[in-house]
Structure formats: C-alpha cells, structure tokens
Design a binder for this molecule. Sequence first.
Ligand SMILES: [Zn+2]
Length: 441
Amino acid sequence: MPTRDELKRAVCEAIDAARDEIIRVGEDIYRHPEPGFKEFRTAGLIADHFAAWGIPFQTGLAITGVRGEILGGADGPAVAVLGELDSLIIPDHIAADPQTGAAHACGHNAQVANMLGVGLGLLRSGVHRYLAGRVVLFGVPAEEYIEIQERLELRRQGKIEFLGGKPELLRLGAFDDIDMAILTHSSTDRSFRLGVPAGSNGMVAKFVRFIGRASHAGAAPHRGINALNAAMLALSAIHANRETFQEKDTVRIHPIITKGGDVVNIVPADVRMETFVRALNLEALEDANRKVDRSLRAGALAVGAKVIIETLPGYLPLEQNPDLVRIFRLNATELVGEEGYRDLPPIQASTDAGDLSHVLPVLHPSASGSAGQIHGADFRIEDPELAYIIPAKAMAMTVVDLLADGAALAREVRAKFRPKLTKPQYLESMRRLFSVQEYAE
Ligand SMILES: [Zn+2]
C-alpha cells in the first residue's frame, strides 16, 4: 500500500503530464463564456470528458449542472470538487462574446479546468483505487447573481425555485449524498499564490418601486406626487444609516436607480431602484436589511408616495470549515512554500458556496495568477500554471488526505461538523426571504 505522500506525488505527476490538456480546456471555456443556467456548451464539454473517462455521470441538474463520480477502491464518504460553469455579462470585456456580452471575468473557466485536472490526476495515476469513498466532480451552474428578471421568469415557469445554482442544487437533493465540498476561486491579488479567505459576505437582493402621481411638471407639480424625490430621500436615509454599521460586519449596500421617470415635463410617478444588501454574518445582514426597508418607507412617507419592496434571498455568508482549511494549508504550503501561502481576510463579495457551507463542510480557497479587475473589462488569466495547474494539485492532494487510509480524515471532518442549518431549515429560511411589502401612508 503506497503512503499518502506517494499517492500525492503520483497524482501531481499525472496532473503535470496532463498540463497542456488542462490549460486547453480552461482557455476553451474562456473563449466561450455562458452566463448562469445557460452554460450548455460548457456542461457538454465536461460531460464529454466524463464519457471519455468512462465514469458514471448525470447532466441537466438545475438545468445545466453536470456531476460525475470517481469511485474509490472501497466504500467511504463522498468529497465533491466543484467547478462553477457560468460567466458574467461584461460587453466591453477583452474576450466578451460579441453576441451575448458574456465574459469570464471571475475565473470560473479556471475552476472547471481545476476540477477536471483533479479527475485526470486521480484516474491517470490510478490513485483513486487506493481511496475509500467517492470523488464527485461537479460542474455547478449560475454562481453569479445576475440576469435577475430572466431568472425570476424561469422561477415563474417552475424551472427553478432559487436564483443561484447551488441553492437550487441543494433543493433538488444533488448534494444529499455528498459529505463535503471543495472549490478554488481565482484572485488577482499578487501578494500570495494560494490562500484561504476567512469568509465572505452574505447578501439579499431588493427591487423597489416608488409610485407617485403624474402631473404637469411645470404647470401643476402641486397636483403630483414625485416618486423620484421619494427615491432620493430613501437613498439619503440609507446613507444616514451607514454610521450605524460596524467595521467587523463589512456591510455593503449599493443601490442603483434603474428608472428615474418617464418624460421630463411630467412629475415622475414610477421610479425603480435595485440594491444588494451584504454583510459578513446573518445578524448584521438582517439588521442592515431592516434599516434599508425603513429608509425606503421613509422616502415614501415624506412625499406621500407608495413603495413596493420586493426582497429576494441571495447568498449566505461563507463559513470555511476549519479542518479542511488545515489540511489544505499543509498541501498548499508544500506546493507554493510558506511565503506563497496566506490565510486571507474575509472577502466582501458573495458566493452561493456560502449556502452550501451552512449545510456541509466547505473549503473555498483562492488561487492567484489572474490580472486586471475582478468582474472588470480587463480581467484575464496571466499565469496559467498558477491559475489552472497548482489549484488542481492542491485540491487533489487534499482529496488524497481525506480519502486515503480508509478515509479516516474525511470521516473525522464529517463527525466534527455541526451544520448551522439542516437542509429543511435552510430551505425554509430561503423561502421566507422572498417577500413583497407595500407601504403607503
Ligand atoms: Zn466568481
């Protein structure tokens, strides 16, 4: 029986041998970006790999999800390695699809390459035979919380219930037989090579409509109710609450006005606003959400307008599993040295891996190697070795640690894990967050 170190070495050699193939997949996906729940080509590419490897797989999970299984030599827990399938929409991105404006400006193409790299490494080295349990390679849809109106339409049609891929997969039971999940995200921070952020912000999304009364803006403004003024007051009221937020909670509220009126000589009677409300923990998120609602009502109250506030559940804050972090840190340090690894502060963006982390042990490290602005027009992968290959090795080594020796470590991680929410509790809290409130004096 080879030792764990020998198994890790064999997997890493196999990943090195497949280096060009892994990078090619990542760059192919980069050139063919597809936004969430529409990642048919990307999912097909993964399915083609699974078919070529002869492993069992399922497709069409939460519309585009694709899930393959590598079976170990003995029974044991299931460790999932995830790759997010979706792109953003940034029409002026350097590699945007000219038709759809879709672009990979968050490095999800590298994630899929990393996931396939883990699979190639385990299968071609034959190391999977020495593992107890299953390695589930899971291409997951729709991590980016975008195209919300379109997704609400899918929801109305009954094709999805939740607007993000992982919440939807959780609901469908696609994680029911998985014991823990790992995925590595790209980063443009060059101060480290591999690292693990301490967490990420959770968020809710809000659609707001201020209804006033139209009237001639010059001749009879006194007969109108100005919905734009209601919205402006609401924005000021939100700003006035900012001093009540504590640094430790990293609250972020970033509203936009999506409709400011109809024509200039009519008092605006229909003004629309969207915002996310984000915070690092649920208590702070609920507090900020309440204050935003109060502010929106205050704007309406001041001018006698009506406000309709539609709130949608977004993503929960990310909880990194400390045991998985410890195992990953040792492997990462071996690959990139003490100086290349960093325990990172929490990030203020949000991910639906946060939802997963309330139900399962989750590890969500970051890998450097990208340049430009994340979610910006100039985001690109600069160091293919660091973005595509090293994360695959670090995750494969972690999988070996977890599932070798009769999966002793994976069993220990699972036994120690106390979920913040059971799956029914999670689904109930998500469903409760969908709300429409109307307020008029
Ligand atoms: Zn991302």
